[in-house]
Design a protein around this ligand. Structure first.
Ligand code: MD3
Ligand code: FE
Length: 196
């Protein structure tokens, strides 16, 4: 699809391991939590963030916040993560949020748009680590034809231009499809510019 670039296998095993090491430090500083949707059901994906802003969902709605639910600021985005952004989105502004999504057994993410940011001209960069996931991409409005693609550990996706506001989601994760995370599961990093 136009505006979606998949860099399959961009990150080798050593780069993936370095990212996971840095993410363990992020999760120690800002533990994973299960966001509550505004309608009162917890999301199956656990998440945390690094950077000036973190994304969260609670009874007040979906939004960016300068603090973790603990009240503390988010840890900085690791250099290993910023290096990925620079490699694929060098024209863009610096990322202000690195959302860390953790998919354990049975976790999925329903079809949604990323529309809480101030400038849809800025791209979104996604990094997949661990088990493979079935990613689905649709249209600028809900419904209609969709396309599916398996995202594997080390894949990087850049979403920009006319694809920036398309509906997308994760239908399922294939257990034991990667040896990167000893505990199993999948990590997705989503890097975004937040301010207009
Ligand atoms: C297509 N995460 O956190 S990343 C999200 O794998 C999110 O955890 C998924 O969607 C995940 O919001 C998919 C790939 C992605 C990210 C942002 C997009 C695809 C996108 C924005 C617009 C269109
Ligand atoms: Fe999204």
């Amino acid at each position: 699809m136009r505006g979606v670039q998949v860099f399959a296998g961009m990150l080798g095993r050593p780069a993936q391991e370095a990212l996971v090491d840095d993410l363990r430090a992020v999760v120690r500083a800002a533990p994973l939590f299960s966001p509550m949707t505004p309608y009162g059901k917890p999301m199956s994906v656990r998440m945390t963030s690094a950077g000036r802003y973190g994304w969260l969902s609670d009874r007040r709605g979906y939004r960016y916040s300068e603090t973790h639910p603990s009240g503390r600021p988010w840890p900085p985005i690791p250099d290993s993560v910023l290096a990925v952004w620079r490699a694929v989105a060098s024209e863009a502004a610096a990322p202000q949020c690195c959302l860390v999504n953790f998919y354990g057994e049975g976790a999925r993410m329903g079809m949604h748009q990323d529309r809480d940011e101030g400038d849809f001209g800025q791209p979104v960069v996604s990094v997949s680590l661990g088990d493979s996931a079935l990613f689905r991409i649709g249209n600028l409005t809900r419904g209609g034809k969709t396309e599916s693609v398996w995202l594997e550990s080390g894949d990087v996706v850049v979403i920009g231009g006319e694809a920036r506001l398309v509906y997308h989601g994760i239908d399922r994760v294939k257990p034991n499809s990667s040896t990167l995370l000893p505990e199993g599961g999948r990590i997705n990093l989503t890097l975004r510019v937040v301010d207009p």
